[in-house]
Ligand binder design. Sequence first.
Ligand code: ADP
Length: 523
Amino acid sequence: MNAVGRESPTRGLAIQAQPIERDAAHLLDALEAGVLILSRDLRVEYANARWSIWLGSSISAGVAFISLVRENGAFVQDELRAALADGETRNLHLNLIGGRDNAPRHVSCCVRVAGDGLVIEAHADADDEHAAMHDTARRLGEVTDMVEVLRTLCDIAIQQCGASAAAVLRVVDHQGEVVAAAGDLLPALGHCFPLEGSLLEKAISEQVIVSENHFRDSGRPLMRAVPELSLGPVILAPLHAHGETLGVLAVARGVSAKPFRAREIDRLRMLADHAALAVHKSMLLMQAQSADRAKGRFLATMSHELRTPLTALAGYNELLCDQVIGPVSDPQLDILERMRSVTMHLSAMIEEILSFTNLEEGRELVRPSEFLVADLVRASIAVVQPMADQKKLTLEVVLPKTPVRITSDIDKSRQILVNLLGNALKFTDAGGVRVVVRKTGDDVRIDVTDTGIGIAEEELARLFRPFAQVDTGLTRRHGGTGLGLYISRRLVTLLGGHIEVNSQQGAGSTFSVIFPVAWEARS
Ligand code: ADP
């Protein structure tokens, strides 16, 4: 205004001052800098729009300036008073309250005396951009589900680009599709539109940011597909990660709103770059999850299919062994015995896989009954005794003097114990296995101790993961699915208990199962 007055003192003011005064507020609001006028008592008389954006809400005239500052209020007040007193210009760094997500907003201010009061001209610190991107990374990092990632991305884009609408568009089956939307673009969610002539096609094929200032009147395919959209300026940035274009991120404003400025377009570009990685990660996760589900379904079907013929094989084998069909010679009996042992081993593996798929699908239910722990141990020992005999290992049981009667699921507890005993015998070549039962308070504790190969400390944490085996080489000595401990842990959790392991490489292991004597359904 002064410049106009100096160039043409009378005519300039007469002709140009009027429109400038009328538009002064708009002009000040359009500045990237924050402009704020303070009265002598350090209360706000005027603040342009930039300050409201920084603070996340409009500022009422008369509020104390220090109430806008997050910390060091007393110091700031002293500095402002000093500026008023000596008339010197001062530079201050302030940390403002409020703002997006209450994230700290740093501004550098230049404080000058003007008339009775002060003028504060402020610029967002460069690290404000970093703060915005940090915020983006944090918010996107908190979500993994694709729908959530895309919705969060739209919300962030609206906030960071000063938009009223945002959407993620993708090419699906040679068409454009709005796969996520927020704000004024919500009516477009789920809609498909032809690619030809669309901004989506342009952004993807040219790999650039594209824009349209009057989208409602543009006749673009999306506008034709969703005529109720009331959008003015629109910009789209490609979401590009690992050599793949995943879609575009679009932001928009209302019909009569101002076009996006260079800074906001830059923001969108940065946001899209950042977000593309999060979208890519989420896509990989989705693929992995669906592969996992497919694997689970395959395992379940395959095990079912294998179980039926195996049961038949075991049955025929038994008929032959029992010599029901006719007499068999000793060498033939020996072969039949071996066949039986192999069939039983296969059956056990299949049962393990079935247990695994049942647990994964939440189909395992606890069926409580009352029984003696001694009976549980006896039944489990009976299953593994042949293995101990074959390997010439001792199998010792120590029971408490007073019989322990419990209410739990006998089948599940036997499955756990048989698995721990089976492992103990499998990984022991000399010595033996000892089972000690104790009642501790309201729990029963069964320790299975072996004199086997033991487990290195760094391996202990991953033992209970599905398919985890210490020895995974092709030349591994011990068979198994790597599911036993995982299943055991899941089952004991269903029974309200847990498993503990103590082991030393080369010196043997103790696996302990601890579960309540009285099982109670969890509400
Ligand atoms: P599997 O025995 O079918 O391989 P598990 O889940 O029962 O699967 O056991 C996982 C791994 O933990 C085994 O492969 C083995 O490396 C280790 N492990 C389990 N029990 C013992 C044990 N008593 N002694 C030594 N290693 C063991």
